[in-house]
Design a protein around this ligand. Structure first.
Ligand SMILES: [Zn+2]
Length: 354
């Protein structure tokens, strides 16, 4: 039995915070498919600008299946090409019998081209398109492999520069399945932004993340070994605390290997991304009397925001690079701002009293 995977389009608007895209900028896309992912060959690999990576379905392709790319808004399309089948001479997983369909409204589809030798391409004269769909016209005796969608349009459709898929395991607490699916889609949606804030040369973040919701886990949430674990008890009581899962997603992206990185800064930086990028204005009051720069979590996040804004607007990015390299030491605050971390701490605490 295939489990239907309904994706972000329907679910995300109910979940508060969607990244804002300015006019003229590339239009975002999501993958909508009922096909389950096989062997970690995730959906977004089909539109990441890399023809070597590909989506692979777990099970054989049936006539009622589809694989659809949906744009946030209609774009004026000049050409579309879709290549199926694995890279290499055998090209396993090619779509043998099927069509490429397009939709102007994301609901009603019309045929654009037939697949031949696993490929379909068509020129369009600036036709307004909202969605592109791979539609088999007969059952195939193999899974589907989608190497790449190539779309020339105005404005362009943003490819998945940080392809990711978060696989939810809620077997332990099925009552949270819907909630966890929504949160996973939200974390996927934010993945590019989080990664842009924490990018460094040559670093590629994880593309496959497991998110397990457990009834026996007594913490709130944690990340480790590329996986996220959340407490069903906690999230049943605090379903709005999706920022906690963004925080854990940031830990996956941080991917710090060095044991020398101070815990207060690792946590503070994760909360900085959460409270100043994902949910600005939600950090709450910081107690001026008890606050310390190394107070970790939101306290350190507030300290980092102060120093970042006042002294060096690439501070967060630089601290991230140093911790990823394992070369962070407290002296870098002096190097970057001219003041020691203790001096900055005093100044920041003074500012809290005002
Ligand atoms: Zn943490």
């Amino acid at each position: 039995m295939r489990r239907a995977i309904r994706l972000a389009l329907v679910l995300v608007p109910t979940m508060l915070i969607v990244p804002v895209v300015a006019r003229g900028e590339p239009v975002a896309a999501i993958v909508d498919t009922n096909l389950e992912t096989g062997s970690r060959q995730i959906r977004q690999f089909a539109f990441d600008g890399d023809a070597e990576t590909f989506f692979a379905s777990k099970e054989n392709l049936g006539v009622s299946d589809h694989f659809t790319l949906v744009f946030d808004q209609p774009v004026s399309v000049k050409s579309i090409a879709v290549v199926t089948g694995k890279p290499g001479p055998e090209g396993t997983g090619k779509l043998k019998t099927g069509v490429l369909e397009v939709s102007t409204d994301g609901t009603t589809f019309t045929e654009l081209a037939k697949f031949a030798d696993g490929e379909a391409r068509e020129d369009l004269q600036a036709k307004s398109i909202r969605a592109v769909r791979i539609q088999p016209t007969a059952d195939q005796e193999h899974p589907l492999t989608v190497r790449e969608f190539t779309i020339a349009s105005d404005p362009p459709v943003a490819r998945f520069e940080y392809p990711v898929e978060i696989a939810v395991d809620c077997s332990d607490s099925p009552e949270l399945q819907e909630w966890a699916d929504k949160v996973a889609r939200l974390c996927e949606l934010w993945y590019p932004r989080l990664n842009e804030a924490l990018k460094s040369d040559g670093y590629k973040p994880a593309s496959y993340i497991k998110m397990r919701i457990s009834s026996s886990y007594n913490g709130v949430a944690q990340a480790g070994g590329g996986n996220i674990l959340g407490s069903s008890k906690f999230f049943k009581a605090h379903p709005d605390d999706v920022g906690a899962m963004i925080h854990e997603t940031v830990h996956i992206i941080q991917h710090y290997q060095s044991r020398k990185n101070p815990g207060w800064l690792v946590e503070g930086l994760a909360d900085y991304i959460r409270f100043f990028l994902f949910e600005p204005g939600k950090i709450g009051p910081i107690n001026a009397k008890r606050a310390r720069y190394d107070g970790s979590y939101r306290t350190t996040a507030a300290f980092l925001a102060y120093v970042n804004d006042k002294y060096d607007q690439s501070l967060i990015s630089k601290l991230n690079v140093l911790m990823r390299e394992g070369t962070y030491k407290d002296e870098v605050f002096k190097e970057l701002t001219g003041k020691t971390v203790q001096e900055l701490d005093e100044e920041w605490r003074e500012s809290l009293k005002r």
